[in-house]
Design a binder for this molecule. Structure first.
Ligand SMILES: C[C@H](O)[C@H](O)[C@H]1CNC2=NC(N)=NC(=O)C2=N1
Length: 94
């Protein structure tokens, strides 16, 4: 699927398209790492004024992204998804 000229499958292959959202579940070693990830994401979300819909259960963070104002996916969702991918590997390096 193409969003604002960007191919979702190529740009963010670990995310799943669900209706007008993209979703990914992040799994960490423990709650502390999950919360560190969320803190990094929260700071970035404030910077770009674009925020995730998410929930946390111990070591898991379930994320759904969409642009509420547009009622659709936009390049901001892809930008945030990429940043979240990067923050996740920062918190728990492979
Ligand atoms: C006023 C403020 O810019 C808007 O409410 C922003 C905040 N964060 C947002 N986040 C997301 N995901 N979608 C939006 O439409 C949105 N709008």
């Amino acid at each position: 699927m193409i969003v604002d000229g960007l191919n979702i499958e190529n740009e963010i292959p670990l995310w799943v398209l669900e209706g007008k959202t993209i979703q990914r579940e992040f799994v960490f070693k423990n709650f502390k790492q999950a919360f560190e990830f969320m803190t990094l994401c929260a700071g970035y979300a404030e910077e770009i004024d674009h925020h995730p819909d998410w929930s946390n259960s111990w070591n898991k963070v379930s994320v759904s992204l969409s642009t509420h104002s547009a009622g659709a996916l936009t390049k901001l969702d892809i930008q945030l998804a990429k940043a979240m991918d990067a923050f996740a590997s920062q918190v728990s390096p492979n």
